[in-house]
Design a protein around this ligand. Sequence first.
Ligand code: SF4
Ligand code: SF4
Length: 176
Amino acid sequence: MEKLTNRSRVVVKKEMTFLESIYLPAIFGGMWITLKHFFKRKTTIQYPEEKRPFSFVYRGLHILKRDEQGRENCTACGLCAVACPAEAITIVAAERKKGEEHLYREEKYASTYEINMLRCIFCGLCEEACPKDAVYLTEELVPSQYNRQDFIFGKDKLVQPLGTSAHPKTYKPYKK
Ligand code: SF4
Ligand code: SF4
């Protein structure tokens, strides 16, 4: 029968030598390879106790920043949502009421601000589009979840907790 390709090979079953038939050289060869790995630098790390240093351009979990008086910076202009290539951001705007000046910096604020972390590609375009210094990407990893719904982060998880530093390198997000 004609071959479809010329990649096939004829397998020749050759007789084993005495040394091959007692398997000891092969066993010692294998143990030597194992032994060498004891003295090599480990490529695995004990995550989550141990973490690799991130690149200085790493972008992780978002925060919605407050100003120095603790008011939310976001004015619900929607520019971040428009800039987002993954359509991951949902915003509902609301008007600030009398007496809420200590909560929101501008007359308008986001009553709902959600980011779908399963859609997000952590490109940072939302951060660049924001004219109010409100949204930042930190060095934190998005925590793993069991349900898809739990990856939709609302204001409860995104807004910078009062009294914390919002520096993207040192920020510690919400704790469940
Ligand atoms: S980081 Fe990129 S993909 Fe994620 S929400 Fe911001 S703009 Fe959208
Ligand atoms: S985070 Fe910035 S760009 Fe997005 S709605 Fe708020 S103020 Fe506008």
